[in-house]
Ligand binder design. Sequence first.
Ligand SMILES: [Zn+2]
Length: 263
Amino acid sequence: MTRFIDTHCHIDTILEKTGGTPAALFEQITPDLEAIVHIACDPRDFAWGREFLLRGDINGVKIYGAFGVHPLNAEKFCEQAETEILEYLKLPNALALGEIGLDYHYPNYSPDLQKRVFIRQLEMGLELNKPFVFHTREADDDTFEILQKIDSEKVKAHIHCYTGSASFAQKILALKGTYFFGFTGAVTFNKTATIREAAAAIPLDKILLETDAPYLAPVPFRGKVCTPAMIPNTAQVLAGIKNISLDDLFKACRQNTERMYGI
Ligand SMILES: [Zn+2]
């Protein structure tokens, strides 16, 4: 079987819930897990992310990462966070700037501040020539407006945990930049027909596998702490949507991961 990569997870947050060490976590996980991309998106957790990335390989699982300030942490974006992002993105296994974007789900976060922090980090990534990891939730119009402004062939991004519509995905795919859409356990839930419709409409060569662990454990693990070991459950549903074998789905996503992240 093709080994798989979890292209988006939060290992420190998993360990906060399960206890134990990264080594113990990866020991329990199937040898089919080739690598993970750990996302450090709160300045408070950047130093942990750096130490974690420096380990490179844990029990045969390759460790990669991304650094950026999540929209719900926008008030923590400051000069020091900016300096640390620039510094830590120099690590050879730091692949991208993110997750960054807009999240209007909760009423008490300022959209204006989120936009400023998003735009500043887009400028940083373009200067560094780094791909992006985007988080967009209930903010499709504003996200699109900003992406249109910076659009060029230079932009490459993973829109993580895609929960938007098929038509919004088509709008993004019409931009000059290169965009990939990450699907999590959310695609397996009963009530998420719109996510499955989007997955059906997005071309197979634009799809990435991710967990967003510890969140969004796929069926039949709902309510449990999600880990990268649960990728096959999400992959199985995507293979069904695309009407291909599980191994062909893994192969396609593995190639897409290489095109997105160079790994
Ligand atoms: Zn995430």
